[in-house]
Structure formats: C-alpha cells, structure tokens
Write a protein of this length. Structure first.
Length: 551
C-alpha cells in the first residue's frame, strides 16, 4: 500500500512554467524534478505528438529503468484535474466550481480546504464527506447541513460537536444519538430550554472552541464505539464501507463494490485487488492507484482512466492494449509509447515479461522488482513526504531515508509574517477587514511533520464564511488542519478483537449498559476485525451489542 501511495501526490503544489507555452502554472511537480510539464489544456490538445518520445524496448537493462527514462522525456499534465472552473488550486479533482485548495474530490461547489469530497457545497475544512452543505470541520460524514465539528455522523442539521450520530438535529456535544433533537451532551432539553442554553455558548471565540473540544473529547471516550462503520453490506470487513458485498480489508468504499480485497477509496468496482482510487464502473483491476472510470483488466497503473487491458501505465486515457506507456490518449498496441501492430504487440509483450523476470530491477535497499510487482518507490516522480503515503503512514525524514524513500526538504520561502498566531483576535467580531491576504504565522511554525506551509492567508470568501457562521479564525495552515482531521480517522489496518460488552457493563467498567443484551450477564462471545487497536482506550462493541445500546 505504501508503495502505491508513494506515487500519488495530492496536495503538494508548486508554481512553475509550462514547458510548451512558457505560461506560469500550478503543478504537482516541483521545479527541481527532471520532467517535462504541460499545462492542462495544452496537454489535452492535439498540438503535440504523443508518441514522439516512444522508445524501442532495450533488453540490456531492466524494464523499470526504461520506464523512468520515458517518464522524464514524455510530457506530463501539470495536475490531475478534469472540468474544473475557477478551481485550479487543487489536484485529482473532477467537476468542480469555485473551490480552493480541495483535493481528490468530485462534483463540489464553493468549498475550501477539503479532501475526498463528493457533492458538497458552501463549506470549509471538510474531509471524506458527501452531501455536506454550509458546514465546517466535518470528517467521515454524509448529509449534513449547517453543522460544525462533526465526525462519522449522517443526515443531521443545525448541530455542533457531534460524533457517531444519525438524524440528529439541533444538538450539541452529542455521541451515538439516533433520531433526536434538542440534546446537549446527550441530555434532552425542551426546544425553549435548548435555545436558551445554546445562546450562552459563544463559538465565535477561539478560546471557547478549544475548551469545548477538550470537554467533548473526555465525554466521547466514555461512550461506545461501533467496531466498524459498515452500512448495508454483506460479508464485508474493513471500515467506512457502504452498500457493498464480498469485500475484505476494504476501506472508504462508497457503494457497489463487490468481490474485492485490499481496496480503498473506491466506488462501483468488481473483482479487483490491491488498489486505491479504483472504480467508477470498473472490473478486474489489480495493483493500481487513481485508476478506473469505465475500465477493465488494468494491472499496475497510475492515474489511468477509461482503459482496457493495459499494464504498467501512467496518465493514460481511453486506450487499450498498452504496456509500459505514459501520457497516451486514444491509442492501442503501444509499448514504451512506440506504436506496434496487433501481431507485433502480442509477440513482444510475453518476451518483455520474461525479461522482467530474468533481469529484474533491484533498488538501493536490495529489494527485487520482477513482473507482477508495482513500480519501485525510488522511481516515483515525488518524494515520500509529498505524497499520501505521508498522510496514511507518516515518517520522519530519517525514517524515510533509512527505508529507501526520497525526501523533499522545505523550500526557502522568505516569508514576511504580518501577524503572529498569538496576535490574532480571539473573537471573530474583532477581526478587521484588513486581515485579507495578510501573511499569518501557522501555530506549528514548520516544526511539525505535517507538510506545514509555515504561514497562510485568509481569503475574502473565507472571512465572510467565518463571520456568517460566527467562527474564529484558524491558527493552523490548511495542511496542518488537514492532518488534525486525519488523526481522527482510524488506520487502514485491522486487528482481531472480542466485543468489550461484559454483561451489565463494558469490560473496563466505564460504560453502564442501558438494557440487557442477547448474552445476558455473561461477556459477549462475539469476535470481529476492527480498526481499533487493542491498546486504545475506546470502548468497542460488536454490531449486535452496539445496536442494542444505541438504536
């Protein structure tokens, strides 16, 4: 998984010039990389010949070395975006309008600072969410309106600080509620009482927000956690899965995923194995990342869409029968971007596979890469800490280098800080209009391991949002805020555990059951696979015990 992730850069963006038009562009490739980068529209045009850089296969050196040489000579698109309007500051996006610093998202409008979003509008600081509107600081949730600080909650509105709630409206600081209104820290109030209590909580103050966060964290840890968020699924293990069947070790699958294993961040997928960002009506996919969209029989692919029967490709689209190709569109029977006849292609590919096994690539750590292995991380166009590998499996620079990965040091920014973090007004009502575009110091000051940009700006639409929602200015840069949301999410890993329901109470004695469960006063016999590691403090119940308590 790390090997695949090390080939996907989502949020490390740079300014550079297009190598075809000399126009200044935003790119996921930094200027110190030896690649030929074209701006999006030019790359998709017919103004250049896709197969000019095609090469004869050389049986005197490993395949992966030849692939890297082609990668350095073939023009690459600056970003992995499609149909974005006024949303150029983002990457791996499709069908976006008026979005800013949003990544890996689809069909969103007027959203800022988000990742993994579908059909969201008018919101800020969102992660892994669908159908969110006029909301702030949301993670792993669907169908929320006018809600702030929510995690793994669905179909709720006008609520604040909620976790694991469904159809919960006009509530504050609640966990595990179902079909409730007017609750504060899980205690019911009348409508009038609720309004009176909420009126006394001023979320426009940064200090108040931090105090509530601390209180809510203590409150939440005393409540049950479901072993996994698996909804309307049959025979599925993993987490954050819905409307799927016969899937194992699968995470963040959003529906219609069947007969697949070790797949994450996917939708509409069948008979596939080992992939991230697979799907959108695809089948028979193996070892790939960001690959699919009406695709089949794809093996060892990166950023490849609408293709059939292709192997070892990067940024190829609407093609078939490719092997070791980069940046091709509407092509077939090509090897290392050189055109062949059908007969020539079918004769040469088996010979290349045999050569990959007899002369494998060996990396600096002595790891061997034959046919059937994904691309070596050390040949990736990105450094480890530029990619999502750092988000899911964070390493220090020393750890990354020791394991054979490359590392990108922070570029010299020469920033002139206009406002120190401690000098920001505590309350949004005290923020003046001249805050716009001033350089604000990030509270982490680049000392964290979270791709910190050291400073950030407040844009006009953002300030308007904070004022309208009565929310204080953030103290962290967008990258560091993103990493705080990542910390809420469980890892893409499973542990075998027993249900912690011990009869009348949880096994640690913290939670008192409200009703008698199917196993009476004896410990629950159910076992499961969960993303909660055994040493963690959360109280984890099986599906049956959780449903009896919560529903």
């Amino acid at each position: 998984m790390i090997r695949r992730f090390s080939w996907r850069n989502e949020r490390s963006l740079y300014k550079r010039k297009c190598d075809a038009t000399d126009k200044e562009i935003i790119s996921m490739f930094s200027t110190d990389k030896p690649f030929k980068i074209y701006e999006h529209d030019y790359w998709w045009s017919d103004n250049w010949d896709q197969i000019t850089q095609g090469k004869d296969y050389d049986f005197s050196k490993p395949f992966f070395i030849q692939f890297r040489e082609l990668l350095e000579s073939q023009p690459l698109p600056n970003l992995a975006n499609s149909n974005v309007v006024n949303s150029e500051y983002g990457n791996h996006n499709e069908d976006m309008k008026d979005c800013y610093l949003v990544y890996a998202s689809y069909k969103n409008e007027n959203v800022r600072y988000g990742s993994g979003l579908i059909n969201c509008k008018d919101s800020i600081d969102i992660y892994l969410a669908e159908g969110i509107e006029k909301s702030y600081e949301i993670s792993c949730s669907t169908g929320l309106f006018n809600t702030i600080f929510a995690y793994d909650s669905d179909n709720s509105f006008d609520s604040k600080f909620i976790q694991l709630c469904v159809n919960t409206n006009d509530s504050f600081g609640c966990v595990n509620l179902r079909n409730k209104t007017n609750h504060i820290f899980n205690k019911p109030y009348t409508k009038e009482e609720y309004k009176k209590e909420i009126k006394n909580i001023d979320l426009g103050s940064y200090k108040t927000i931090q105090e509530i966060k601390d209180k809510f964290k203590i409150f939440s840890i005393k409540h049950l956690k479901r072993y996994a968020s698996i909804i309307k699924c049959v025979n599925v293990t993993g987490d954050m899965a819905m409307n799927s069947k016969n899937c194992h070790h699968c995470f963040e699958i959003y529906g219609n995923v069947e007969d697949s294993k070790f797949v994450s961040h996917s939708i509409n997928l069948k008979d596939s194995y080992d992939g991230y960002g697979f799907g959108a009506v695809s089948e028979l996919m193996y070892e790939g990342i960001d690959t699919g969209i009406n695709a089949s029989q794809n093996k060892f692919n990166i950023f490849t869409h609408g293709c059939r029967d292709v192997s070892y490709t990067y940024a190829c689209h609407s093609s078939s029968n490719l092997f070791g190709c980069i940046g091709l569109r509407n092509k077939q029977y090509c090897i290392l971007n050189k055109q062949y006849t059908k007969e020539e292609y079918e004769q040469l590919v088996p010979k290349i596979i045999e050569h990959m096994n007899s002369m494998p690539y060996i990396d600096k750590k002595g790891r061997v890469y034959k046919y059937g292995e994904f691309f070596p991380p050390e040949l990736s166009p990105f450094c480890y800490n530029e990619t999502i590998a750092q988000e899911y499996f964070p390493l220090t620079k020393e750890q990354a280098l020791e394991q054979g990965y490359s590392w990108k040091d922070s570029e010299e920014r020469n920033l002139k800080i206009d406002i120190k973090t401690e000098d920001l007004p505590d309350h949004i009502k005290d923020v003046k209009d001249d805050i716009i575009n001033k350089i604000i110091e990030c509270q982490h000051q680049g000392k964290c391991n979270e791709q910190c940009t050291e400073a950030f700006k407040i844009i006009p639409q953002e300030l308007e949002f904070y004022r309208k929602m009565n929310l204080p200015l953030p103290r962290l840069c967008p990258n560091c805020r993103h990493y705080q949301r990542l910390k809420q999410r469980n890892p893409l890993k499973l542990w075998k555990r027993k249900c912690q329901c011990n009869g009348e109470k949880s096994s640690n004695g913290v939670y008192q059951n409200t009703i008698q469960h199917f196993h009476g006063n004896e410990p629950c016999p159910n076992e499961f696979e969960t993303t909660y590691a055994p040493e963690r403090p959360e109280i984890v119940y099986c599906e049956k015990c959780y449903q009896q308590e919560v529903v």
